[in-house]
Write a protein that binds this ligand. Structure first.
Ligand SMILES: [Zn+2]
Ligand SMILES: [Zn+2]
Length: 304
Protein backbone atom coordinates (compact mmCIF):
# COMPACT_ATOMS: atom_id res chain seq x y z
CA UNK A 1 0.00 0.00 0.00
CA UNK A 2 1.17 3.49 -0.86
CA UNK A 3 -0.42 5.71 1.76
CA UNK A 4 -1.22 9.23 0.67
CA UNK A 5 -3.71 12.02 1.16
CA UNK A 6 -5.65 14.72 -0.56
CA UNK A 7 -3.63 17.88 0.05
CA UNK A 8 -4.06 21.53 -0.85
CA UNK A 9 -2.24 22.91 -3.86
CA UNK A 10 -2.76 26.55 -2.92
CA UNK A 11 0.10 28.91 -3.67
CA UNK A 12 1.28 26.70 -6.56
CA UNK A 13 0.75 23.04 -7.41
CA UNK A 14 4.30 22.07 -6.40
CA UNK A 15 3.49 23.05 -2.80
CA UNK A 16 1.23 20.01 -2.66
CA UNK A 17 4.26 17.71 -2.71
CA UNK A 18 5.78 19.53 0.29
CA UNK A 19 2.49 19.33 2.17
CA UNK A 20 2.22 15.62 1.39
CA UNK A 21 5.79 14.96 2.53
CA UNK A 22 5.22 16.86 5.78
CA UNK A 23 2.49 14.43 6.84
CA UNK A 24 4.18 11.26 5.55
CA UNK A 25 2.59 10.68 2.12
CA UNK A 26 3.98 8.16 -0.37
CA UNK A 27 1.20 8.87 -2.87
CA UNK A 28 -0.86 12.04 -3.38
CA UNK A 29 -4.16 13.49 -4.56
CA UNK A 30 -4.58 17.15 -5.54
CA UNK A 31 -7.08 19.48 -7.14
CA UNK A 32 -5.65 20.86 -10.38
CA UNK A 33 -8.70 23.17 -10.60
CA UNK A 34 -10.53 25.26 -8.07
CA UNK A 35 -13.17 22.61 -7.23
CA UNK A 36 -16.04 25.13 -7.06
CA UNK A 37 -15.61 27.10 -10.29
CA UNK A 38 -15.53 26.13 -13.97
CA UNK A 39 -12.69 28.51 -14.81
CA UNK A 40 -9.40 26.57 -14.96
CA UNK A 41 -6.27 27.55 -13.04
CA UNK A 42 -3.23 28.40 -15.18
CA UNK A 43 -0.32 26.23 -14.05
CA UNK A 44 2.98 27.79 -15.14
CA UNK A 45 5.64 25.63 -16.74
CA UNK A 46 7.88 26.43 -13.74
CA UNK A 47 5.30 25.10 -11.27
CA UNK A 48 4.69 22.00 -13.36
CA UNK A 49 8.43 21.28 -13.62
CA UNK A 50 8.86 21.86 -9.88
CA UNK A 51 5.94 19.52 -9.08
CA UNK A 52 7.49 16.78 -11.20
CA UNK A 53 10.99 17.35 -9.73
CA UNK A 54 9.84 17.32 -6.13
CA UNK A 55 7.60 14.27 -6.59
CA UNK A 56 10.40 12.37 -8.34
CA UNK A 57 12.97 13.33 -5.69
CA UNK A 58 10.60 12.15 -2.96
CA UNK A 59 9.74 8.95 -4.84
CA UNK A 60 6.10 9.94 -4.48
CA UNK A 61 3.44 8.14 -6.46
CA UNK A 62 1.01 7.21 -7.84
CA UNK A 63 -0.17 10.83 -8.16
CA UNK A 64 -3.82 11.54 -8.92
CA UNK A 65 -6.14 14.52 -9.12
CA UNK A 66 -9.77 14.82 -8.09
CA UNK A 67 -12.18 16.35 -10.61
CA UNK A 68 -13.94 19.58 -9.69
CA UNK A 69 -17.30 19.19 -7.96
CA UNK A 70 -19.35 20.91 -10.67
CA UNK A 71 -18.64 18.22 -13.25
CA UNK A 72 -21.75 16.18 -14.06
CA UNK A 73 -21.41 14.25 -17.28
CA UNK A 74 -24.86 12.73 -16.64
CA UNK A 75 -26.60 16.11 -16.98
CA UNK A 76 -28.84 16.54 -20.03
CA UNK A 77 -27.09 17.95 -23.12
CA UNK A 78 -28.95 21.29 -23.10
CA UNK A 79 -28.66 24.86 -21.86
CA UNK A 80 -30.13 25.36 -18.40
CA UNK A 81 -30.42 28.55 -16.35
CA UNK A 82 -27.54 29.09 -13.91
CA UNK A 83 -26.55 31.80 -11.48
CA UNK A 84 -24.99 32.33 -8.06
CA UNK A 85 -26.35 29.89 -5.43
CA UNK A 86 -29.69 31.07 -4.02
CA UNK A 87 -29.99 33.98 -6.51
CA UNK A 88 -32.09 34.26 -9.67
CA UNK A 89 -30.46 32.77 -12.77
CA UNK A 90 -28.34 35.25 -14.69
CA UNK A 91 -27.14 33.06 -17.56
CA UNK A 92 -27.47 29.62 -19.08
CA UNK A 93 -24.97 26.77 -19.29
CA UNK A 94 -24.88 23.32 -20.85
CA UNK A 95 -23.61 21.36 -17.82
CA UNK A 96 -22.88 18.23 -19.85
CA UNK A 97 -20.73 20.07 -22.41
CA UNK A 98 -18.95 22.14 -19.73
CA UNK A 99 -18.23 18.86 -17.92
CA UNK A 100 -16.67 17.24 -20.99
CA UNK A 101 -14.56 20.37 -21.58
CA UNK A 102 -13.46 20.44 -17.95
CA UNK A 103 -12.56 16.74 -18.02
CA UNK A 104 -10.38 17.41 -21.07
CA UNK A 105 -8.64 20.21 -19.15
CA UNK A 106 -8.13 17.87 -16.17
CA UNK A 107 -6.57 15.25 -18.47
CA UNK A 108 -4.32 17.84 -20.16
CA UNK A 109 -3.03 19.12 -16.81
CA UNK A 110 -2.75 15.51 -15.66
CA UNK A 111 -0.50 14.74 -18.62
CA UNK A 112 1.68 17.77 -17.90
CA UNK A 113 2.04 16.82 -14.23
CA UNK A 114 2.58 13.11 -14.91
CA UNK A 115 -0.53 12.03 -13.01
CA UNK A 116 -1.72 8.44 -13.16
CA UNK A 117 -5.38 9.44 -13.19
CA UNK A 118 -8.21 11.86 -12.58
CA UNK A 119 -10.69 10.63 -9.93
CA UNK A 120 -14.17 11.52 -11.06
CA UNK A 121 -17.64 11.24 -9.55
CA UNK A 122 -19.77 9.41 -12.09
CA UNK A 123 -22.57 11.99 -12.14
CA UNK A 124 -26.33 12.13 -11.70
CA UNK A 125 -29.24 11.76 -14.08
CA UNK A 126 -30.86 15.19 -13.40
CA UNK A 127 -34.37 14.29 -14.43
CA UNK A 128 -33.45 12.00 -17.31
CA UNK A 129 -33.55 8.21 -17.11
CA UNK A 130 -30.57 6.28 -15.79
CA UNK A 131 -29.80 4.56 -19.13
CA UNK A 132 -29.85 7.97 -20.89
CA UNK A 133 -27.52 9.44 -18.28
CA UNK A 134 -25.14 6.46 -18.44
CA UNK A 135 -25.04 6.77 -22.21
CA UNK A 136 -24.13 10.48 -21.99
CA UNK A 137 -21.49 9.81 -19.32
CA UNK A 138 -19.93 7.09 -21.45
CA UNK A 139 -19.87 9.22 -24.60
CA UNK A 140 -18.52 12.23 -22.69
CA UNK A 141 -15.63 10.36 -21.05
CA UNK A 142 -14.73 8.58 -24.31
CA UNK A 143 -14.69 11.93 -26.12
CA UNK A 144 -12.38 13.49 -23.53
CA UNK A 145 -10.02 10.48 -23.55
CA UNK A 146 -9.85 10.54 -27.37
CA UNK A 147 -9.21 14.30 -27.38
CA UNK A 148 -6.32 14.01 -24.90
CA UNK A 149 -4.17 11.02 -25.81
CA UNK A 150 -1.59 9.84 -23.27
CA UNK A 151 -1.26 7.89 -20.08
CA UNK A 152 -3.47 9.85 -17.71
CA UNK A 153 -6.55 7.74 -16.95
CA UNK A 154 -10.03 8.42 -15.63
CA UNK A 155 -10.82 6.68 -12.32
CA UNK A 156 -14.54 6.57 -11.63
CA UNK A 157 -15.39 6.79 -7.94
CA UNK A 158 -18.32 5.00 -6.30
CA UNK A 159 -20.77 7.32 -4.53
CA UNK A 160 -22.48 7.26 -1.15
CA UNK A 161 -25.74 6.96 -3.08
CA UNK A 162 -27.50 10.25 -2.37
CA UNK A 163 -30.41 11.29 -4.63
CA UNK A 164 -30.11 10.39 -8.30
CA UNK A 165 -26.32 9.91 -8.24
CA UNK A 166 -25.00 7.09 -10.38
CA UNK A 167 -22.24 4.84 -9.06
CA UNK A 168 -23.69 3.56 -5.80
CA UNK A 169 -23.72 -0.04 -7.06
CA UNK A 170 -21.07 -2.07 -8.85
CA UNK A 171 -23.64 -2.87 -11.55
CA UNK A 172 -23.97 0.85 -12.36
CA UNK A 173 -20.18 1.26 -12.43
CA UNK A 174 -19.98 -1.66 -14.83
CA UNK A 175 -22.62 -0.18 -17.12
CA UNK A 176 -20.71 3.12 -17.23
CA UNK A 177 -17.45 1.30 -18.00
CA UNK A 178 -19.14 -0.52 -20.87
CA UNK A 179 -20.54 2.78 -22.19
CA UNK A 180 -17.06 4.39 -22.12
CA UNK A 181 -15.53 1.37 -23.88
CA UNK A 182 -11.93 2.47 -23.21
CA UNK A 183 -10.61 -0.42 -21.08
CA UNK A 184 -7.00 0.71 -20.80
CA UNK A 185 -7.68 4.28 -19.64
CA UNK A 186 -10.78 3.78 -17.53
CA UNK A 187 -10.23 2.51 -14.00
CA UNK A 188 -11.99 2.79 -10.66
CA UNK A 189 -11.48 4.35 -7.25
CA UNK A 190 -13.47 2.89 -4.36
CA UNK A 191 -14.12 5.09 -1.33
CA UNK A 192 -14.54 3.13 1.92
CA UNK A 193 -16.97 5.69 3.40
CA UNK A 194 -19.09 5.68 0.23
CA UNK A 195 -19.13 1.86 0.18
CA UNK A 196 -20.28 1.79 3.82
CA UNK A 197 -22.91 4.51 3.29
CA UNK A 198 -24.28 2.81 0.19
CA UNK A 199 -24.75 -0.48 2.05
CA UNK A 200 -21.61 -2.50 1.28
CA UNK A 201 -20.58 -4.08 4.63
CA UNK A 202 -16.84 -3.35 4.44
CA UNK A 203 -16.64 -3.05 8.25
CA UNK A 204 -17.80 -6.60 9.10
CA UNK A 205 -15.61 -9.61 9.70
CA UNK A 206 -14.79 -10.84 6.17
CA UNK A 207 -16.90 -8.01 4.76
CA UNK A 208 -14.30 -6.24 2.65
CA UNK A 209 -13.25 -9.55 1.10
CA UNK A 210 -16.82 -10.39 0.08
CA UNK A 211 -17.38 -6.85 -1.23
CA UNK A 212 -14.24 -7.04 -3.36
CA UNK A 213 -15.19 -10.49 -4.64
CA UNK A 214 -18.45 -8.94 -5.80
CA UNK A 215 -16.58 -6.01 -7.36
CA UNK A 216 -14.35 -8.50 -9.15
CA UNK A 217 -17.30 -10.49 -10.43
CA UNK A 218 -19.20 -7.42 -11.67
CA UNK A 219 -16.45 -4.98 -12.73
CA UNK A 220 -13.06 -6.72 -12.48
CA UNK A 221 -10.69 -6.10 -9.58
CA UNK A 222 -7.80 -5.44 -12.00
CA UNK A 223 -9.59 -2.19 -12.88
CA UNK A 224 -9.41 -0.98 -9.27
CA UNK A 225 -6.56 1.58 -9.27
CA UNK A 226 -7.06 3.64 -6.14
CA UNK A 227 -8.65 3.41 -2.69
CA UNK A 228 -10.06 6.40 -0.82
CA UNK A 229 -9.67 5.56 2.86
CA UNK A 230 -12.15 7.37 5.08
CA UNK A 231 -14.11 6.45 8.20
CA UNK A 232 -17.80 7.36 8.31
CA UNK A 233 -19.74 9.89 10.38
CA UNK A 234 -23.03 8.53 9.08
CA UNK A 235 -24.68 5.16 9.52
CA UNK A 236 -24.30 2.04 7.41
CA UNK A 237 -26.63 2.36 4.41
CA UNK A 238 -27.38 6.03 5.19
CA UNK A 239 -26.48 7.16 1.63
CA UNK A 240 -24.82 10.21 3.15
CA UNK A 241 -21.31 11.32 2.23
CA UNK A 242 -19.69 12.35 5.55
CA UNK A 243 -16.05 11.44 6.13
CA UNK A 244 -14.58 10.88 9.60
CA UNK A 245 -11.03 10.47 10.92
CA UNK A 246 -9.76 6.89 10.78
CA UNK A 247 -11.04 4.76 13.65
CA UNK A 248 -13.26 7.53 15.07
CA UNK A 249 -16.32 6.78 12.95
CA UNK A 250 -18.83 4.00 12.44
CA UNK A 251 -16.46 1.86 10.37
CA UNK A 252 -14.26 2.07 13.46
CA UNK A 253 -10.87 0.67 14.40
CA UNK A 254 -11.84 -2.96 13.82
CA UNK A 255 -13.36 -2.08 10.44
CA UNK A 256 -10.19 -0.21 9.46
CA UNK A 257 -8.02 -3.22 10.45
CA UNK A 258 -10.22 -5.53 8.37
CA UNK A 259 -10.09 -3.24 5.33
CA UNK A 260 -6.37 -2.50 5.49
CA UNK A 261 -5.41 -6.15 6.04
CA UNK A 262 -7.28 -7.21 2.91
CA UNK A 263 -4.88 -8.96 0.48
CA UNK A 264 -6.66 -7.65 -2.65
CA UNK A 265 -5.92 -4.03 -1.65
CA UNK A 266 -2.22 -4.32 -0.82
CA UNK A 267 -0.86 -2.96 -4.13
CA UNK A 268 -3.02 0.17 -4.32
CA UNK A 269 -2.44 3.83 -3.57
CA UNK A 270 -4.56 4.55 -0.46
CA UNK A 271 -5.63 8.20 -0.28
CA UNK A 272 -7.04 9.78 2.89
CA UNK A 273 -9.75 12.47 2.58
CA UNK A 274 -10.44 12.78 6.30
CA UNK A 275 -11.39 15.96 8.18
CA UNK A 276 -8.23 15.81 10.31
CA UNK A 277 -7.90 15.90 14.08
CA UNK A 278 -7.81 19.73 14.03
CA UNK A 279 -10.29 20.02 11.17
CA UNK A 280 -7.63 21.09 8.65
CA UNK A 281 -7.76 17.99 6.47
CA UNK A 282 -5.57 14.90 6.38
CA UNK A 283 -2.76 15.04 8.94
CA UNK A 284 0.20 13.05 10.24
CA UNK A 285 -1.97 11.54 13.01
CA UNK A 286 -4.38 9.97 10.49
CA UNK A 287 -1.49 8.81 8.29
CA UNK A 288 0.07 7.11 11.36
CA UNK A 289 -3.26 5.48 12.21
CA UNK A 290 -3.61 4.15 8.66
CA UNK A 291 -0.19 2.50 8.81
CA UNK A 292 -0.82 1.10 12.30
CA UNK A 293 -4.27 -0.30 11.38
CA UNK A 294 -2.73 -1.93 8.34
CA UNK A 295 0.02 -3.62 10.38
CA UNK A 296 -2.53 -4.79 12.94
CA UNK A 297 -4.88 -5.92 10.19
CA UNK A 298 -2.16 -7.96 8.48
CA UNK A 299 -1.15 -9.49 11.84
CA UNK A 300 -4.77 -10.50 12.52
CA UNK A 301 -4.80 -12.33 9.20
CA UNK A 302 -1.49 -13.98 10.01
CA UNK A 303 0.39 -12.08 7.33
CA UNK A 304 2.08 -9.45 9.51
ZN1 LIG B 1 -13.51 9.91 -2.06
ZN1 LIG C 1 -16.98 11.40 -0.04
Amino acid sequence: MRFGAHVSSSGGISNAVDRGLAIGCESLQVFTHNPRTWRPITHTDEQVALFRQKAAAAGMGPLVSHGLYLINLGAPDKEVPTGPPGKPATATRNIHRSSVESLMQHLEVGERLGLAGVVLHVGSSKGSTEPEAIDRIGTGIAHALDAVPGGCCVYLENTAGAGDTIGRTFEQLRRVADAVDHPTRLGFCLDTQHLFASGYPVHEDGGIDRVLEEFDRVVGVERLRCLHLNDSMTAFGSNRDRHENLGDGLIGEDGMRRILGCPALQDLPVVLEVPGVDGNGPDAENMDRARRFREEGLALRGQG
